[in-house]
Ligand binder design. Structure first.
Ligand SMILES: [Zn+2]
Length: 394
């Protein structure tokens, strides 16, 4: 392309346009900064000097004086809730909800914040009302999750099941395990009110929804046992081997009682011994040890725990081995073995616990529902630290 002389004339025009644009921008910035109140800059200054409390007071002043600072009010409200100042958060969000000049989205956001304030304050009925209102808004999924938590806290299992179904349909999340637990809770409640048919129906619903619901099988077995249907109870508990054998330790003691009543302890001890070998679990080993001791005596019980110690060396199996030793050891050596056993047992008890996989909360006994994070089926069916020796390089 050839150079044209008139292009030189265009250059000053471009420079002029650039200068004009810069002036407009600077003027805009200056007018904006003049519009901001002094408290805003004071607040920023406090923030930069790491004085958050003074910064918050300055921002509150801004929010009070300048009604258009909606986002600032949202930020302050959220901050108050996080700091545990729920009353202040509630007042701030309530003011936003009551304002008539807010758009639909901002009002919905304010309602969602207010519902969370109520939840944090423990005002569950108010929070529930607001979250229900939010179920046809952009906050539907979060509202459903909060509602589910509220219904579980209130033990309103019918509503919890309905909400979990809606949430599952909406998000594609598999909540069948949780829902089966809700049915188990319902069944337990019905059972305590002697509503046997209803209790049974809830367990059938749990198993229809979640074929591998061990908890429902255990409950069915317990109730059959209490109703005197010992054979049926044994079948239900033994069926757990096909569903998930890791949970057999939860029924081993009940099965032993049933076998004792039926005069089938020898047969039972063989079954329990087989399970203990195939599905290693320190609690199951402990129950098997007691049964073998009762049926076959100390030498056989010691053989059982020695074989386990050789197969899977761990603090737990050493503890059981020493317990077995105590049964057969001559009286003059008993004190020394007892001392050793006490030390090992104390150490094992201190380090072994059931631990929630979701939040890490440790508990002495097994839980279907974590008391800390509220998760369902979050406890693996074995104690933590049970097989440390076997897993660590020696
Ligand atoms: Zn947990």
């Amino acid at each position: 392309m050839d150079f044209q002389a008139y292009w030189l004339l265009a250059l000053p025009v471009f420079f002029g346009l650039g200068w004009l644009a810069a002036r407009v921008d600077i003027r805009h910035l200056l007018s904006e900064s003049r519009a901001l109140p002094a408290s805003y800059f004071k607040g920023l200054n406090f923030l930069l000097n790491e004085q958050p409390d003074k910064a918050i007071e300055s921002f509150i002043e801004v929010a009070r004086a300048e009604q258009q600072t909606v986002e600032l009010q949202f930020a302050l409200g959220g901050l108050f809730r996080r700091r545990g100042e729920v009353d202040r958060a509630t007042r701030m969000h309530q003011n936003l909800v009551e304002r008539t000049d807010l758009g639909h989205q901002q009002r919905t956001d304010a309602l969602y914040e207010l519902a969370q304030d109520y939840l944090k304050a423990g005002l569950l009925d108010r929070a529930e009302t607001l979250f229900l209102q939010l179920c046809d808004s952009d906050h539907e999924e979060e509202a459903l999750r909060h509602l589910l938590d509220i219904f579980v806290t209130e033990k309103d299992w019918n509503k919890a099941i309905d909400t979990a179904q809606i949430l599952s349909r909406k998000t594609g999340e598999d909540l069948t395990g949780d829902m089966a637990n809700y049915y188990c809770e319902q069944a337990t409640l019905a059972y305590t009110h002697s509503q046997m048919d209803e209790a049974h129906q809830h367990l059938v619903q749990a198993l229809t929804l979640h074929r591998k619901c061990v908890r429902a099988l255990i409950l069915q077995g317990e109730w059959a046992w209490r109703a005197g249907k010992v054979e049926e109870a044994c079948e239900l508990w033994q069926s757990i081997e096909q569903v998930d054998p890791a949970y057999l330790f939860l029924v081993a003691n009940s099965l032993t009682d049933a076998w004792r009543q039926q005069g089938r302890l020898v047969e039972g001890s063989i079954l329990l011994r087989g399970w203990s070998e195939r599905y290693p679990n320190i609690d199951l080993l402990s129950m098997t040890f007691q049964l073998v001791l009762e049926v076959h005596g100390g030498d056989e019980a010691l053989r059982l725990v020695r074989a386990e110690l050789e197969r899977r060396p761990s603090l737990g199996s050493l503890d059981k081995f020493l317990e077995g030793q105590l049964v057969v050891v001559p009286v003059e050596q008993r004190q020394a073995v007892q001392l050793m056993r006490d030390i090992v047992h104390g150490h094992f008890e201190r380090q072994s616990a059931y631990q929630c996989q979701r939040c890490g909360f440790k508990a002495r006994s097994f839980h279907w529902h974590c008391p800390a994070c509220g998760g369902w089926d979050t406890y693996p069916p074995r104690r933590q630290g049970e097989s440390d020796w076997a897993q660590s390089p020696r």
